[in-house]
Ligand binder design. Structure first.
Ligand code: NAD
Length: 359
């Protein structure tokens, strides 16, 4: 299928950027600017084909629209991919060429780091464009966003506790954290402080050992984490952990974690509802990182960013209420709330104001 077919009438713009001298091959996808400029990270990955890269950037860009809408940000959704192995082809020239292409979009797309790109890379990109976040604190950035991502997941879990157990306290609750990397480790720290009992899984044995030592966590094999009987299962590694194979093995009361695209397919949201497992939608509970980088656009304030992340509690609560009221899965309720906000707020642009006052 060609690009227009894949865009399905849903995307505003897809831009292919090529700089043969540096080896840059990048695709920038803008899903929607209904709420504001499209903000989303740059994934640097050795995609097997251009079609794979296009499919990934389109899927990710749409997710960013919903994430920004649910987080109450005045931002649209976009994403970029750079095709290639970052360990082999990343260079200053390539990143700066990429920065120039981002600049050429005039602010319709604002970038940040993602898989394969890091804070120092965004500092390099910023030499060529104003439209970049996720920079180092020394360069006006907000630093490591995973701290606020973990804090947002904790807030989502507190909304789960309210819904299921009529309290916000996580003391004594058993939480299984799958993936104790940057977000997972910060999350374990917060849960340990809150008095939760932890079980962790990771393919990296050093990361597991650290969680055992620091938080007294129990351990489980990475491939079995989803099957542990627990109060909350927190996927904080890869996506698609709720799939046809894992569904019948789940023994948790709820799912809330930082991983993107936790559900392999949309219908798995319906399956979780049938099983009576409460799902806190991934793009809502993991929005802390986006909120953190978005704050840079106003001149980064750690206090303001953290206060905004606290709003994830109310967002998740609203989703649970709407899901009940409309008899739909929480994943569907989240999409509905996000789409409503995009429609209602973008409509306001039809009210004409003086030039320069508002886009
Ligand atoms: P990370 O690379 O620091 O950590 C991921 C951890 O998962 C690593 O320790 C890795 O060894 C482990 N892992 C990989 N495969 C695994 C498997 N099969 N089973 C168990 N563990 C496995 O990444 P991160 O920044 O902590 O992000 C974690 C997840 O959260 C990712 O899906 C990411 O897209 C998502 N996310 C992160 C942020 C952020 O601010 N960092 C924001 C939003 C979403």
């Amino acid at each position: 299928m060609g690009a227009f077919g894949l865009m399905g009438g849903e995307y505003e713009q897809v831009v292919y950027n090529h700089d043969p001298a540096s080896g840059l091959k990048a695709i920038i996808a803008i899903h929607s600017t209904a709420l504001g400029p499209a903000l989303g990270g740059t994934r640097f990955y050795p995609y097997p084909s251009e079609d794979d890269a296009l499919a990934d950037v389109l899927r990710l860009a749409r997710g960013m629209s919903y994430k920004a809408a649910m987080a109450g940000l005045n931002l649209g959704g976009g994403k970029a991919v750079i095709i290639g192995d970052p360990k082999r082809v990343k260079s200053e020239a390539l990143l700066r060429a990429y920065g120039r292409f981002v600049e050429s979009l005039g602010g319709r797309y604002i970038t940040a780091e993602d898989v394969g790109t890091y804070i120092p890379d965004m500092d390099v990109v910023s030499l060529e464009t104003r439209f970049v976040t996720g920079r180092s604190p020394a360069n006006g950035g907000g630093g490591d966003p995973s701290i606020n991502t973990a804090y947002g997941v904790l807030k989502g879990m507190q909304a789960v506790a309210e819904e299921l157990w009529n309290e916000h306290d996580l003391a004594g609750r058993h939480v299984v954290v799958q993936g104790v990397g940057k977000v997972g480790t910060h999350l374990c720290h917060l849960l340990h402080q809150a008095g939760a009992r932890l079980t962790v899984a990771d393919v990296d044995v050093d990361n597991v050992a650290r969680a055992v030592k620091e938080f007294g966590a129990d351990t489980v094999e990475p491939g079995k984490a989803h099957a542990v009987e627990c109060d909350i299962f927190a996927p904080c590694a890869m996506g698609a952990v709720v799939n046809d194979d894992t569904l019948p093995e789940l023994k948790c009361a709820a799912i809330a974690g930082s991983a993107n695209n936790v559900l392999a397919r949309d219908e798995h949201g319906y399956a979780l509802r049938q099983l009576g497992i409460l799902y806190a939608p991934d793009y809502v509970v993991n929005a802390g990182g986006l909120i953190n980088v978005a704050d840079e656009l106003k001149g980064y304030s750690p206090e303001r960013a953290k206060a905004k992340v606290e709003g994830i509690f109310g967002a998740v609560r609203d989703i649970f209420h709407r899901a009940k009221a409309e008899g739909v899965p929480t994943s569907e309720a989240a999409d509905r709330i996000a789409k409503d906000r995009m429609r209602d707020i973008s409509r306001l642009r039809l009210i004409r104001v003086l030039p320069g006052v508002s886009g």
